[in-house]
Design a protein around this ligand. Structure first.
Ligand SMILES: [Zn+2]
Length: 189
């Protein structure tokens, strides 16, 4: 499929003008590129908000290279349909794992004797069989399985969140879902 990729840095006028031009080409889908490259989250949200209305409503909209769970929740709210990002895999390789109560760094000494899974309610292959303490031991020992389990968990977390997002939209409760998800994610774990 051929996508039109919107550019224009953080300049609303250039973004909108370009969006109008590529919309005329009747492409399979549309992407917003050139964001998540160092601008603030607020600037990124503003550009998505001003650009999406000028892209065809009946075509998929893809936000390139984004992002954190909260970035995704905010972008979906502004009309984005899908994403790609290195965070779940790259952070996983560094022992940083996502949970509904925020991100954990499994290298932290507080997990040395922690027999709980990364996340109690998670059904991923890492959480069903291994403890935080054991995964931390693997990471400290530079055993590849440690990175692999963290990446497995993070990819599962992101995929599961996207399922929840689709269900919440289908059921007309996206605003409520987003608010609860962000509140819990930003709370102390
Ligand atoms: Zn898990």
């Amino acid at each position: 499929m051929l996508f039109g990729i919107n550019q224009g840095a953080i300049y609303d006028d250039i973004r909108v003008e370009h969006a109008k031009q590529i919309a005329e080409l009747n492409l399979d889908g549309y992407a917003i590129g050139g964001l998540a490259v160092g601008e603030t989250h607020e600037e990124m949200y503003r550009i998505i908000e001003s650009t999406v209305p000028y892209l065809p409503e009946d075509k998929p909209i893809y936000l390139m290279g984004v992002g954190t769970p909260i970035n995704i929740l905010e972008a979906v709210d502004r009309g984005v349909d899908f994403f790609d990002c290195v965070y779940p895999s790259r952070n996983g390789r560094h022992g940083h794992v996502y949970t509904n109560d925020g991100k954990l760094n499994l290298f932290n000494a507080r997990y040395e004797l922690d027999e709980r899974p990364i996340e109690e309610e998670c059904q991923c292959p890492a959480c069903r069989s291994y403890s935080r303490a054991y995964i931390r031991h693997l990471l400290k020992a530079k055993e590849m399985l440690g990175m692999r389990l963290c990446v497995l968990h993070n990819l599962y977390f992101y995929n599961h969140m996207m399922e929840e997002i689709r269900d919440a939209i289908d059921e007309g409760r996206y605003q409520e879902y987003k608010r609860e998800k962000i509140e819990r994610y930003q709370g102390e774990s």
